[in-house]
Ligand binder design. Structure first.
Ligand code: NAD
Length: 453
């Protein structure tokens, strides 16, 4: 059995039956047997299942948000936002799945035809994270199903009730039970899943787990996608409006209690606007309400995994020991919460500026030039997102062109679009989700060479 706790209150919510190696193997065999018929199901029918799923999410939105908040500690307003944001992603997949995987004729000449056909990978596994469980689950499950794959889905052990809801609603919408199977449990169930003869593994989670999975799958030639963490930087130029930039970046750093893969994790500010920026940033942070995640007005909720509180404690202590100045926060609060924390006089000798914090903690470093900012932004093993604040588009484009990141932002941050590919450079991962590429990634391009006799 897997016990589900409420991280904000510590109370036990429920227990659910967990999988083991034998049940995962049985689900894999059933998925393998069911996949060809699903792949042969006409696209309009698969699209209709996903459209019914969308309607069910709308109908149950309030209850689904409450479940996600109870098991993750995400503020309830942000749970609603995630579910509403999901609808736009579903609409994108519904609009693009058929066109982006239609067979393409690339030559038809002198009796010779060449075509590219997108065939499903087969049976794919989705091992998922808890921080945006609807987003990261559905970014894989929906395009994988729409392109004719069977999916074995292991939600995070910290968002299992949400994972169960995703599967329940897709089954009710017409996806056959064996085509989408839920695997419940922690790392050992993920390891059992990756041991099956799957055709693709799509993972969202930490670098540490991603690296273990990559090592295990390396010799097996299984398609592998890893969406991992980041240490996402933003640079505020000398011509930026410090108050506007501070309001946007405080939200980018602390939204979802800082537990977003694309949270702003480090800020570099030109010395000309540094003081004004920091004052406005701290002011904004003081306005963030910390408290009960079920309260509509709460902005900072619980830290979902209690162990992360130790990481935050250690990063703050290490930074302060090395000379950082703590402007606000720095301590744990009741309800598995960490006070929104701002540090200045920081540098890259500190873990705070190098390792993912995944909490409401930010370091703000003063820089003297654009060149220094770019060098610091690139001084990382990660490369998920990066941003620049300046009114000058040409300057922003020139700076962002030099930054090693999968997504770059001008005057915005902490933003994901279904129309754009979501990918990481370096230790932030391999492969991508979203955009039409994130639909095609669940297929193999099969090359047809056809000569008329
Ligand atoms: P995690 O690595 O602890 O767990 C992720 C999943 O892996 C869970 O389902 C877990 O049960 C499973 N797992 C653990 N050990 C395993 C093993 N040995 N074999 C197979 N599976 C195993 O990560 P988390 O705490 O759930 O998520 C937080 C991390 O995810 C952060 O680093 C965050 O940046 C990252 N993230 C990245 C993206 C992205 O799109 N790049 C999105 C969301 C979260």
């Amino acid at each position: 059995m897997l016990t589900i706790y409420n991280p904000a209150t510590g109370t036990h919510i429920t227990q659910v039956p967990a999988d083991d190696a034998a049940s995962v193997a049985a689900k894999f065999q059933a998925a393998r047997a069911a996949q060809p018929a699903w792949a042969a199901t006409p696209m309009p029918q698969r699209l209709a299942c996903v459209a019914r799923f969308r309607a069910a999410v709308v109908a149950e939105l309030e209850a689904l948000a409450a479940t996600m908040t109870a098991e993750t500690g995400k503020p309830i307003s942000m749970s609603r936002n995630e579910l509403n944001g999901l609808l736009g992603r579903i609409d994108f997949f519904l609009a693009e799945a058929a066109a982006s995987t239609a067979t393409q004729t690339v030559l038809a000449e002198g009796g010779m035809t060449e075509q590219i056909q997108h065939i499903p990978l087969g049976v794919v596994a989705n091992i998922s994270a808890w921080n945006y469980p609807w987003f990261v689950g559905c970014n894989v499950i929906l395009p994988a199903l729409l392109t004719g794959n069977a999916v074995l889905y292991k939600p995070s052990e910290f968002a299992t009730l949400t994972g169960m809801a995703i599967v329940r609603l897709l089954h009710a919408a017409g996806v056959p039970a064996d085509v989408l199977a839920l695997c419940v449990g922690g790392g050992e169930v993920g390891a059992a899943l990756q041991a099956q003869r799957i055709d693709g593994l799509f993972f969202t989670g930490s670098y540490a787990t991603g690296a273990k999975i990559a090592q295990a799958l390396g010799p097996r030639m299984v398609k592998l996608q890893l969406e991992l963490g980041g240490k996402d930087p933003t640079y505020v130029c000398d011509d930026a409006n410090p108050a506007t930039a501070a309001a946007s970046l405080a939200d980018g750093a602390m939204y979802n209690t800082g537990q977003s893969c694309c949270s702003v994790e480090r800020i570099y500010v030109h010395e000309k606007v540094f003081d004004a920026f920091v004052a406005a940033f701290v002011d904004t942070v003081h306005g963030f309400k910390v408290g009960d995640p079920m309260d509509d007005s709460t902005y900072i909720g619980a830290i979902t995994r209690a162990a992360q509180l130790e990481v935050l404690d250690a990063q703050v202590a290490d930074a302060v020991a090395k000379g950082a100045q703590l402007l606000t926060g720095g301590t744990r609060l009741p309800g598995n919460t960490f006070a929104p924390t701002v540090l200045v006089d920081v540098d890259h000798s500190m873990d705070l500026m190098r390792e993912e914090s995944f909490g409401p903690v930010i370091g703000i470093q003063k820089v003297a030039s654009d060149a220094e900012a770019v060098a610091l932004m690139n001084d990382t093993r990660y490369g998920l997102t990066a941003g620049v604040f300046t009114p000058d588009e040409a300057r922003a484009r020139a700076l962002l062109a030099q930054v090693n990141a999968g997504s770059v932002y001008w005057n915005c941050c902490d933003r994901v679009s279904p129309r754009l590919p979501w990918s990481g450079h370096g230790d932030s991962g391999v492969g991508l989700t979203l955009s039409t590429y994130g639909i095609q990634t669940f297929t193999r391009p099969k090359a047809w060479h056809l000569r008329q006799a």
